[in-house]
Design a protein around this ligand. Structure first.
Ligand code: ADP
Length: 416
């Protein structure tokens, strides 16, 4: 195809395409330069048979789009290219004989096809980049909010601790004084009320401190040899009265793995299992059953706590482990540790999760759903790794004889 056809076309093409694309003369002038570049590269592409010659000008046009246009997914270049293509076809058809027109159109068609593909891919990438930037920004904002929430909890907890200690001290002194003076039943009752209130407040503040320690990775564990069965037995003993009061059958089964020695923090593990069992009592109606069971898995021991309570909706299975993750659909009653649906601040499970994870374990819940009439129940699973040596070298040295089978054991085994 003769290049002279394109030379004859150039000025008229720029004129008519700029007229189609822009209204004002000033804008048109700027556009003419850009269109000139486009036209020349289009001709270059036809001559070489390589449509990629057009890429630099397409890149410039894509980049020229403002951030706002990209964010609103506006002003895609595809309609613009379509307008250029239609205007080109019309002009060519008017200027040349049908044969020549067909030749020219046949030559530029692959160039436009490439331009459409190129622009669509580049714009999709731009949108994706824009979305991922937005997600990153939102994530950073969430992290910032979470950090200020945890900073607030930590500051509030420490600030509340001092006046609370004062109240506890003064009420203890008052109690002492009361004992020496004449017994006054009414005042003793009032004092008991203050004592209960301060005790509950201390528990909440301690929970707040635990949560902020877990959030900031400051929870330090005191590794010692522990036996899961011992810990569970102690929790069951503590909870037994509450269960009896609520006519709840609290059953502890002996399971394989419960007598395995493992290194862990007994106080923290006790706290974790107490939270789960306390919740099981709280969310099980009177007359229900809670059973503690488990099994030995390679390298792990799994404990399950199953209740016949109100259950948990699947969409809340993860949320309950987040701080303040109380479920909106469950109507909590006034604060109470073991009362049916007794309310709490929603820190128990996040702390439990933090403790279990700090031991290298995992916790999750299984429940068909939330139904206060049918009571489908919930099963909390706790997976703990069996650690035969503590992570701390000094402690490992201290407990060395326990971690390795003694020579006596070995000789026993030999005889067996
Ligand atoms: P709190 O008990 O202080 O509300 P938790 O973090 O211990 O906070 O528990 C969060 C929420 O998870 C509870 O408010 C309750 O809605 C739900 N939940 C926990 N354990 C159970 C359970 N065994 N059965 C039903 N719901 C439960």
């Amino acid at each position: 195809m003769s290049t002279s056809n394109f030379s004859a076309l150039r000025d008229k093409w720029i004129e008519s395409v700029s007229r189609v694309l822009a209204k004002g003369e000033t804008v048109r002038q700027q556009l003419r330069e850009e269109l000139g570049k486009f036209f020349d590269l289009m001709v270059q592409s036809v001559e070489t048979g390589d449509p990629k010659w057009l890429n630099p000008v397409l890149d410039e046009w894509i980049e020229a789009r403002t951030q706002t246009e990209v964010e609103k997914l506006e002003s895609s270049l595809t309609p613009l290219l379509k307008q250029i293509m239609t205007a080109t076809y019309e002009l060519v058809a008017n200027m040349f004989t049908p044969d020549v027109s067909l030749q020219i159109i046949g030559a530029i068609l692959p160039i436009f096809t490439h331009a459409f593909e190129y622009v669509t891919t580049a714009e999709t990438n731009l949108y994706l980049q824009n979305f991922s930037d937005k997600i990153k920004r939102a994530q950073m904002e969430l992290e910032r909010l979470d950090k200020s929430k945890s900073d607030f909890i930590s500051v509030a907890a420490h600030e509340l601790k001092t006046p609370l200690t004062l109240i506890e001290g003064y009420s203890a002194m008052l109690k002492e004084q009361m004992k020496s003076e004449t017994e006054n039943e009414n005042t003793a009752l009032l004092l008991k009320g203050i004592e209960n209130g301060t005790k509950r407040l201390r528990e909440i503040i301690d929970d707040m401190i635990d949560v902020s320690m877990i959030d900031n990775n400051l929870l330090s564990l005191n590794f010692q040899p522990v036996w899961i069965r011992q810990i569970l037995t102690l929790v069951v003993e503590e909870m037994n009265d509450a269960a009896i009061n609520r006519n709840i059958n609290l059953i502890m089964n002996k399971f394989e793995g419960s007598d395995e020695m493992t290194f862990g923090d007994p106080n923290r593990l006790y706290q974790a299992f107490r939270n789960i069992i306390q919740n099981a009592i709280k969310f099980t109606p009177d007359g229900g059953t809670i059973s503690i069971d488990g099994r030995l898995l390679p390298g792990f021991v799994e404990v399950t706590i199953t209740d016949t309570g109100i259950g948990i909706a699947p969409e809340d299975h993860e949320r309950i482990f987040e701080k303040f993750g109380r479920i909106g659909s469950v109507e909590h009653h006034s604060s109470g540790k073991v009362k049916f649906k007794g309310g709490g601040p929603g820190l128990g499970l996040p702390i439990t999760k933090g403790i279990i994870e700090a031991h290298g374990g995992a916790i999750w819940v299984e429940s068909e759903g939330y139904d206060e009439v049918r009571c489908p129940g919930s099963t909390f699973h706790v997976l703990l790794p069996i650690q035969k040596t503590p992570p701390d070298e000094k402690i490992a040295k201290l407990f060395e004889p326990l971690a390795q089978p003694s020579t006596e054991d070995m000789s026993d085994r030999k005889h067996a």
